[in-house]
Ligand binder design. Structure first.
Ligand code: GLN
Length: 536
């Protein structure tokens, strides 16, 4: 039974400084020094989870094994640490309030007026301590979403203030991430925004122990001294976080800056041995020294926003390194595709991934693209909606099922080859009601899927309401499409593939969510490999 120590990570000056990556990098370093570490994220918005937000609002929605729809930073945590997260790792203001309001309705506050302080802050604190109380972790890192100074962050900062007092300074520490902007006209790095941001925290009763300073230029020792003096931290606790090419370099940059050692010292923990990062370095080396490259198309409707397909892009990085191959991902807006321009739009691609998604915008473009890939023997990989589009395409163009469609797009279609799942029919609420999380899948032997996974029993994560309509199963199999992965309890089709094609596979689940640096996902690894082979 371990007694956890707590690290709180706050952010100042501006959003998008990469708090999630800093938290994940610190966790990686502590983990590789032999401390069992987890990370949780508290988000100050009122949605109970990000599942109801569209990707333009929030980027990708990351799904955990236990079916929680969470912030995409949890994806970084898993990719870095190679251990699964769960619902407990992501809490929002909406979830906090929901619990407090439910408690109030249950009469649990015994006639008291229910208020932000103490009831909301108590619920925040309870959840901040939850993972640590499991006895599984030496260190729990808590990332606070938002920026210090935001109205909505106040209860979280207050909860941190109280917890620091309750836990004591030996068992907790606060890392504040800030920006040191460079004014090119003056040719200088400026520390004032950092000073103001720290002052904002101090006014709320929280003194940060460590400052991680995001910067485009190196911090001189004078600047470090100045920041330390005016922000009331030790000089060795001013950590430079310089821009790097890949997020995977950040742990090594933080190691050089001793973020892990300084944090351990604050927590009164010994540094133990030097971190064991050989595999990580090997991955980085391969990422930086590819022997070849491939061009992969990513057809989706949220392509303008980088974060919308975060896990897919990262899975390509992992798979690329594994194959010692640089994967150039070219985003293609599915709405821009039509029968007339497919050839030109997909020219030069060695493989195409058709992305997950919802609703019918851009759907015909995806279907047209799949037809082209199928007919021209170009590797195709469809994920969730991408797999469903492959089924529709095959129905329409090979099996002669005129107007075959998914009922999500056309509920009056004569051939509903993708249908709503029975369990979804009576639902009225949208939040958290999809088929979510990890489910078993049985892979048929002598199929491409089996060759890829090398085993029969797999478990993958899901997020969908529609499924392959099994009343069309015989027709599809006779017509040449293989249903190579099936959920053993429900019979739901999880994988489809075409045997007479170099690489044509669609999966109902989201393999990208399980790809990590230590364990690149085999579907991505083999897809990239297929693209490399087609090229030759
Ligand atoms: N919209 C489809 C469904 O709900 C696919 C979902 C997805 O791609 N994640 O089944």
């Amino acid at each position: 039974m371990k007694k956890a120590k707590y690290v709180f990570v706050t952010g100042g000056v501006t959003s998008s400084l990469g708090k999630g990556i800093i938290a994940a990098s610190l966790a990686k370093l502590l983990q590789s020094r032999g401390y069992s570490t987890t990370i949780q994220k508290f988000d100050p918005y009122i949605n109970v989870d990000p599942g109801t937000m569209n990707p333009y609002e929030h980027g990708e929605c990351y799904v955990t094994n236990d079916g929680a729809e969470t912030d995409l930073d949890l994806g970084h945590y898993e990719r870095f640490l190679n251990i699964p997260t769960s619902q407990a790792n992501n809490v929002t203001t909406g979830r906090i309030y929901q619990t407090v309001i439910d408690n109030e309705r249950d009469g649990k506050y015994l006639g008291k007026t229910v208020q932000v302080i103490p009831h909301i802050t108590d619920e925040i604190k309870r959840r901040m301590l939850l993972l640590g109380e499991s006895g599984d972790y030496d260190v729990v890192i808590t990332e606070l979403g938002g920026t210090v100074g935001d109205i909505e962050s106040l209860p979280y900062v207050e909860a941190v203030r109280q917890l620091r007092w309750e836990l004591g300074t030996d068992d907790s520490c606060v890392i504040h991430l800030t920006l040191i902007p460079y004014l090119s006209a003056a040719g200088e790095l400026k520390t004032k925004p950092t000073q103001h941001s720290v002052k904002g925290l101090q006014e709320l009763g929280v003194q940060p122990d460590i400052l991680v300073c995001r910067t485009e230029h190196k911090l001189t020792s004078d600047i470090r001294k100045k920041i330390a003096l005016f922000c009331n931290v030790n000089q060795n606790a001013v950590i430079e976080s310089i821009d790097v090419d890949s997020i995977y370099e950040v742990p090594l940059v933080m190691l050089k800056e001793k973020l892990d050692k300084v944090t351990l010292a604050k927590l009164r923990l010994s540094a133990k041995n030097e971190p064991e990062l050989d595999k990580w370095k090997d991955f980085l080396f391969k990422l930086d020294h590819p022997k070849t490259e491939v061009n992969i198309g990513l057809v989706g409707k949220y392509v303008e926003l980088q974060d919308a397909y975060k896990s897919i892009n990262e899975a390509f990085n992992h798979a690329g390194a594994m194959n010692e191959c640089k994967v150039n991902v070219r985003s293609i807006q599915s709405e821009s595709l039509s029968k007339d321009n497919i050839k030109e739009k997909l020219a030069g691609l060695d493989g195409v991934l058709v992305a997950p998604g919802f609703g019918d915008r851009g759907i015909e473009g995806k279907i047209d693209a799949i037809r082209y890939l199928r007919e021209n023997n170009i590797p195709f990989f469809g994920i969730c909606l991408g797999m469903q589009c492959a089924v529709v395409e095959y129905g329409r163009n090979v099996l002669g099922l005129k107007d075959a469609h998914s009922v999500e797009m056309n509920d009056g279609t004569k051939h509903p080859v993708i249908d709503i799942m029975e369990s979804q029919k009576k639902l009225t609420k949208m939040g958290g009601t999809m088929r979510l999380g990890a489910y078993d899948c049985e892979v048929k032997k002598s199929t491409l899927a089996h060759k890829i996974y090398g085993k029969v029993n797999i478990k993958e994560r899901h997020r969908h309401r529609y499924e392959f309509n099994n009343s069309y199963m015989d027709q599809y199999i006779q017509g040449g499409m293989n249903m190579s992965g099936i959920n053993p309890e429900t019979g739901l089709v999880e994988i489809v593939e075409l045997p007479d094609h170099p690489f044509f596979i669609g999966v109902q689940f989201h393999p990208e969510l399980k790809s990590t640096v230590a364990n690149p996902h085999p579907l991505f690894v083999k897809f990239v490999k297929a693209a490399m082979e087609v090229q030759v």
